[in-house]
Design a protein around this ligand. Sequence first.
Ligand SMILES: NC(=O)c1ccc[n+]([C@@H]2O[C@H](COP(=O)([O-])OP(=O)(O)OC[C@H]3O[C@@H](n4cnc5c(N)ncnc54)[C@H](O)[C@@H]3O)[C@@H](O)[C@H]2O)c1
Ligand SMILES: O=C(O)C[C@H](O)C(=O)O
Length: 351
Amino acid sequence: MENQRIAKISAHLYPSNSQVEDNSGLRKENCRAKGGAPGFKVAILGAAGGIGQPLALLMKINPLVSVLHLYDVVNTPGVTADIGHMDTGAVVRGFLGQAQLESALSGMDLVIIPAGVPRKPGMTRDDLFNINAGIVRTLCEGIARSCPRAIVNLISNPVNSTVPIAAEVFKKAGTYDPKRLLGVTTLDVVRANTFVAEVLGLDPREVNVPVVGGHSGVTILPLLSQVKPPSSFTQQEIEYLTDRIQNGGTEVVEAKAGAGSATLSMAYAAVKFADACLRGLRGDAGVVECAFVDSKVTELPFFASKVQLGRNGAEEVYQLGPLNEYERVGLEKAKKELAASIQKGISFVRK
Ligand SMILES: NC(=O)c1ccc[n+]([C@@H]2O[C@H](COP(=O)([O-])OP(=O)(O)OC[C@H]3O[C@@H](n4cnc5c(N)ncnc54)[C@H](O)[C@@H]3O)[C@@H](O)[C@H]2O)c1
Ligand SMILES: O=C(O)C[C@H](O)C(=O)O
């Protein structure tokens, strides 16, 4: 019933998914456009949300994007109308509700997923599992049907479990390509760069901190011994920075006091990562970012580390490099928690 109502509203709002208004009498097919500009086709699932809206805005500005599909179960007509008026290259189309998921996904090169509920103070990311696991499963089933070769950037929490869920869905459908599924941990790197730069008195744009493991509490493992430019830290600085990076998400959740979690810095991080994926797809050399991927770096089936992005997604997953004693202890803690979260995701689909 609800789906029918949404489909009806949507058909009215998007008669041909044209950017040209019907009420002028001028229809898309009567315009002089010769087809899309060169570039990649990108879909955002959860595009009307706190992350989705600024992410859509930033992707509309990205010169590598020719077509931008905005999908959500609410509010995409308004977001699409608004963003569609920006005089940048990408053509924007909106899709509302499950009935339009297939159209939203068909032909996409990159799918970014920030759909799902965010934390409130006092919650862990794992507390989101019960709601977000089902959302991610449904969306990934759609990807397996409509764009099985797309690169997938998964943002929805808990990332340590939603990436294994997505992998299981794709395996079930026979479409799993481990290189094409990437859990987005860029916000941890963005935060680490910011906090380390502050301590060292540097410009954050000059700093690069590898952050490995996963995306929750102790699974977020900054490798301060590998910071670029090479830097040394006191033990007090190491403990302060590790704690702040691991709890950066909670810092924002508490500051927002019930109004959600990081959205603006996350949209920035998501675009940074998506842009790297698109440059990789284009064939640029030397595009390296941290991401939570199918991995043989540890005994765990998934792990975040530096990956080389190319025409096929995560083409090379890099080893961790030399760790100091503090980082080795942190790695053991991270692996213990990660193992349980990964298994929880796998069991959700296999049960
Ligand atoms: N990976 C990271 O670093 C990171 C950072 C910040 C937030 N997150 C996570 O991202 C998710 C979204 O956060 P937010 O602040 O944008 O939340 P939000 O509630 O503001 O937006 C979520 C959007 O998802 C939509 N949605 C719900 N079910 C859907 C479905 N089945 N299909 C499509 N869309 C659906 C909602 O309608 C809403 O518009 C949360 O799970 C949050 O924890 C991850
Ligand atoms: O902390 C959260 O719940 C959202 C996100 O994972 C973050 O790191 O900001």
